[in-house]
Write a protein that binds this ligand. Structure first.
Ligand code: AMP
Length: 377
């Protein structure tokens, strides 16, 4: 099978690595250079998008900020999964909110802001504090503003109106601020027959708005059920095929959707070592119409992101159950360069291995991991 992936980053790379044993070969479309590249070497394969679509059995995506004409071209081929509607919903917070409403799943109360009248209506309807999010091109907390005190309203409107004036395609989604205890995500897959397989919920720890570590959480049956029900509602609403990620706020045991990602997801990287079939292989199985694999947890696992560093102490490789995944990228401050997966036969063993890892990593580049370790009991 030949699969063309829209996007040529680490997610396409890891799909290629997972697809090789199944004889699934991956080529990747680099949106920035408008070229088809090899997902591991980034070598330009010298064919245009139209040829690559014609050559592929299946077209899929590894990120959602794709030019609309490209999405339309892929959709027209009849090979695109999960398809244009799902990718657009992941890239535009207005469509995402419509989708969540249509699926009947709870998310933060919101109001769409295109003008000063809307801005004031959002404040009176939702109250303070509020989070304002750009509708398009928002990720990792970028394109967000907070309003906590009424006296900052006028200054914030100045900022937001300048932002809206600079790009007529933009809008703002104003959201009620949610006082959550923690953030969790559910990764799962739906196939063409409508069967759903989800992984255990993952607890996510962010530093400065960027995912720092994810921990697979077996055992909270009530929360898992809630997440799975919401996952199935959203996936069915989209007639979704492939891996889908849903991020939630956990508010005293009640889940609210924060956002969806119509693709494999950073918080699911632990599945490479912790689950029967990893999210990358599962996505390929779903879009290639192969049977879904088991998504059960085989051992307690976690993932630590490597941000802005192109080396880590080699001694960490001596820790049992530890796997290092580099993405082959050039170093840049804050850039996702790779990740470390750690597994253990028991939670206690995982914790001990994680603590050894933390003692070997420079704290400045890997902050706040000790807090995460303290949660493992
Ligand atoms: P997002 O890009 O929407 O995932 O937002 C980035 C981060 O901002 C989230 O991971 C949350 O920590 C925080 N955040 C987003 N929306 C809200 C909200 N409505 N209430 C409280 N915190 C939020």
């Amino acid at each position: 099978m030949k699969v063309l992936v829209l996007g040529a980053g680490q997610l396409a790379r890891m799909m290629a690595l997972a697809g090789a044993p199944l004889n699934i070969s991956i080529s990747a479309y680099d949106v920035n250079s408008d070229s088809i590249v090899h997902p591991l070497t980034q070598q330009n394969l010298g064919k245009g998008l139209a040829n690559a679509i014609a050559d592929a059995d299946v077209v899929t995506a590894e990120f959602e900020h794709i030019p609309l004409p490209v999405l339309a071209q892929c959709q027209q081929s009849g090979k695109f999964l999960p398809g244009e509607t799902a990718i657009k919903a992941g890239g535009d917070r207005r469509l995402e909110k419509q989708l969540l409403d249509a699926a009947g799943v709870h998310s933060a109360a919101y109001h769409i802001v295109n003008s000063e009248v809307d801005f004031n209506a959002a404040i009176s309807k939702l109250g303070l504090p509020l989070v304002f999010k750009s509708a398009l091109a928002g990720y990792d907390g970028k394109g967000q503003w907070r309003l906590k005190q009424a006296e900052h309203t006028a200054a914030l409107w100045q900022e937001i109106s300048a932002f809206l004036a600079a790009d007529s395609s933009q809008a703002i989604v104003a959201e009620q601020f949610i006082p959550f205890q923690r953030e969790v995500s559910l990764i799962g897959a739906r196939n063409r027959q409508g069967e759903v397989q989800v992984y255990p919920l993952t607890e996510n720890h962010h530093v400065n708005g960027v995912l720092s570590a994810s921990l697979a959480l077996p055992g909270n049956e009530q929360l898992q059920q809630q997440a799975q029900q919401m996952f199935t509602a959203v996936a069915n609403q989209l007639n979704y095929v492939g891996v889908l990620a849903i991020e939630f706020f956990d508010v005293n045991g009640k889940l609210l959707v924060n956002e969806i990602a119509p693709r494999v997801h950073n918080s699911g990287h632990w599945t490479q070592q912790g689950a029967d079939v990893c999210q990358f292989e599962q996505h390929l199985r779903a879009v290639c119409n192969l049977p879904l694999g088991s998504s059960s947890l085989v051992r307690p696992s976690l993932m630590v992101n490597i941000l802005g560093e192109d080396t880590v102490p080699e001694q960490i490789l001596a820790i049992p159950g530890l796997h290092l995944h580099w993405y082959g990228k050039t170093k840049r401050a804050g850039r996702k360069m790779g990740h470390i997966n750690v597994s253990g036969a028991t939670t206690a063993e995982l914790k001990a291995r994680f603590e050894t890892l933390i003692s070997l990593l420079p704290e400045q580049a890997f902050p706040e991991l000790a807090q995460m370790a303290a949660r493992l009991n």
